[in-house]
Write a protein that binds this ligand. Structure first.
Ligand code: NDP
Ligand code: N5H
Length: 257
């Protein structure tokens, strides 16, 4: 079987900086020979994703600004990608957001606005993006999203984002069921805690990592590279029979009671 991704094009959404999980995925797919297309929001992150992408040797990546709260922005982005590259073979959705003040304290106090914002950016965006990307997946494809254990079990402080990830997980399964007939697979990676910009300033990240080091089967945290390698598997033909699945890349922490 050909494990190279040469001749294939993948859209990576959600690189904010070099610590982003999306960047770990981008590097793994680049090493496998893939052509990459990046989307970002806001000029600040546009510049940083450009600088990072320039470090990928032999790659002439393309960049598009895409705010997933805006249907028009999503449609425009994928129309432009279609015009510029034609067929795409996969998409990595590495996007989530909730108001910082609702990622601690009493879940009971979650506001309607905060709840809907988390659902809008962190879950619905997958449906909207899949719909816009589908016409470009003329040879079938693989859509991947990022989830967290807090959508399956109650994790302290994850709160409104836990409900959004439960929604994202179901969203992923319904999309997998819907798009299977088009040979488009849809899966999620559930990553263990990784220190990224999103993780900054939320909860007590150090104590969460200490718990992983003490209790996870592998007794260590996972890295962006490890998530990237599983993303490579999901984008490659090795995973051709896999859809609607959540793969935990979390040192096995989810099996511990
Ligand atoms: P990053 O902060 O690096 O990435 C989050 C990304 O979400 C940013 O690139 C951000 O773009 C993007 N984003 C937010 N709002 C919007 C929007 N309206 N439109 C488009 N993009 C938007 O963090 P991570 O790499 O940690 O997060 C990536 C994914 O991984 C998330 O889904 C997260 O929940 C998940 N995850 C993370 C874990 C961790 O421990 N870090 C564990 C398990 C899952 P911008 O910066 O341009 O605003
Ligand atoms: C149990 C935990 C720790 C507590 C909860 C953390 C939840 C994090 C997820 C969301 C996505 C973080 C978030 O929206 C932060 C924003 O309010 C503020 N940050 C920003 O706006 C920055 C600038 C941008 C880049 O961030 C985004 N997202 O746009 C969970 C952790 C152990 C694991 C974890 C960190 C999970 C996860 O889903 O990311």
């Amino acid at each position: 079987m050909n494990l190279s991704l040469e001749g294939r094009t993948y859209v990576i959404m959600g690189v904010a900086n070099k610590r982003s999980i999306a960047w770990g995925i981008a590097r793994a797919l680049h090493e496998a020979g893939a052509r990459l297309v990046f989307t970002y929001v806001g000029e600040r992150f546009g510049n940083s994703v450009r600088e990072l992408a320039e470090t990928l040797e032999g790659q002439e990546p393309l960049f598009y600004e895409c705010d997933v709260t805006d249907d028009e922005s999503i449609i425009q982005t994928f129309e432009s990608i279609g015009k510029d590259v034609g067929t795409i073979h996969g998409l990595a959705h590495c996007i989530a957001f909730a108001n910082r003040e609702e990622l601690k304290g009493e879940f009971l106090n979650t506001s309607r606005d905060g709840f809907l914002t988390a659902q809008n950016i962190s879950s619905y965006s997958l449906t909207a993006v899949a719909r816009a990307a589908k016409p470009l997946m003329t040879e079938g494809g693989s859509i991947l999203t990022m989830t967290y254990l807090g959508g399956e079990k109650v994790v302290q402080n994850y709160n409104v984002m836990g409900v959004a990830k439960a929604s994202l997980d179901a969203n992923m399964r319904y999309l997998a069921s819907n798009l299977g007939k088009d040979n488009i697979r849809v899966n999620a990676i559930s990553a263990g805690p990784i220190r990224t910009l999103s993780a900054k300033g939320v909860g007590d990240f150090n104590s969460i990592l200490t718990e992983i080091e003490e209790r996870a089967p592998l007794r260590r945290a996972v890295t962006q590279e490890e998530v990237g390698d599983t993303a490579y598997y999901l984008m490659s033909d090795l995973s051709r029979g896999v859809t609607g699945e959540i793969i935990h890349v979390d040192s096995g922490f989810n099996i511990i009671g």
